[in-house]
Design a protein around this ligand. Sequence first.
Ligand code: ADP
Length: 485
Amino acid sequence: MASIRTRITASYALAFAGTMFAFSSVVWAERRAVAQRELHDRATLVADLAVRLLRASYGVDLASPDTARRAGRDLATRYKPLLDALPGYLIIGDSANTVYQSPLVRALSDRDITTLTSAAFSLEPSGDSVVALDDQPTQILLVSRFEPSAAVRRVIAGVSTQPLDVVGSQVLFLALVIGPLILLISAATAWTLAGRILRPIEQMVNDVEAISDGRSLHRRIPVEDLGDEIGRLGSTLNAMIGRLETSFAALRRFTADASHELKTPLTVLRADIERAMTTGQGSTEQLVALEEALQESARMADLVESLLTLARADEGRFDLHREPVDMEALVREVAETATILGEYAGLQVSMPVIQPVTILGDRVRLRQLFLNLVTNAIKYSSKGGKVELRLEASEGVAVFTVKDTGLGIAGADLPFIFDRFWRVDRARSRGGERGGVGLGLAISQWIAQAHGGSINVSSRLGRGSTFAVTIPALPEGEKGEGDAG
Ligand code: ADP
């Protein structure tokens, strides 16, 4: 759930970061190109102004040496204040020497003047270039105007490229400071939006989880809007749950009816067999056959009874007759039966710990639960083994433990032992005193859960198993206070 939300937010943030990056790059490139053009225009303007000034003063023909000399002198004196008023870096030269330098150039260090002048003089006739100076933080863009026929041939204007750096830092600021901020806001928005969109689905998952425990199939997922996707998903799930409910109910009904219907004929059958056995007629073989038939019908009656119990439990038709139960007395009773069964099977049954504790429960069902565990412990142990029973009271619960040194259960089988009709090895207990059909633990678990408790198992193959039933105990003051229902 959260992972879809995280994924939506991450995808959104990633897409946004990508878009932001592409957008910043485009803005940066565009603004840089514009700034570059502007710088170029500004330098060109200064150069053109200077050229015009020269032309206006000396006419088109600046070629004669006399004019050149005059111009050289004039530029250093007469036109100097005028030229000095022009912005930026300006260098005017004849074919070999510099005849004028603007104040910005003059203010540079000797080394930088040399660098700038040599870059200026090596420019193509109407070329441009960018020069880095040692003592200046920004580079200088130089634009050249060349008058081939004139004594004053070169006019080179330069401007600082600082505006370009400003563009860079503006975009960088946008990308590094504003970007993450917007990213954070949009990720938060995406997170909230995704949460809002996914909330009905999350609710639906919770509803389905609550319904699918098997006992709440009558419930339905609330569907608000049948028109949207979530509404359709809800109604589809509802239809599915409806079908499940019908088939589960039919299955339970069938199991309950079938086992109920089988009970009477089985009782009649057993009575008939017993009567036939007591007449004293018939051969030994016939008696053996009747004995076997009696055992099998007893087994079948057990099975039918267990099925009926589970079917009723599933239908919620099984009310427990709750009353305060003195667990100590109950467990002593179970231990007595266990000792007899144990002796018969050649096992040593002991009860090293028994503490007084009272619980609110159905005495008959609890007895059935404890006997199930005890008979399993005996059934799945070999001669000479040990079975240990404990009853402990601690932290508001009663814990009844049955520990055996028997066959044990493999780790891979443990998750299934409470499933109906599940047995580790169907042939294993054949010939034992009670075959078993794999319903005992399913019923035991139902009884424990109906009492608000649980059964924990730990087992190692070949080493034995420990089954521990934990049931909430009655608080001290409430003991012996009649039937609590
Ligand atoms: P069953 O009627 O076969 O005893 P249960 O539901 O009581 O059915 O038990 C299910 C399966 O769990 C058994 O068939 C057996 O394989 C295994 N099992 C239960 N209790 C024990 C135990 N104390 N030791 C080893 N295996 C056990």
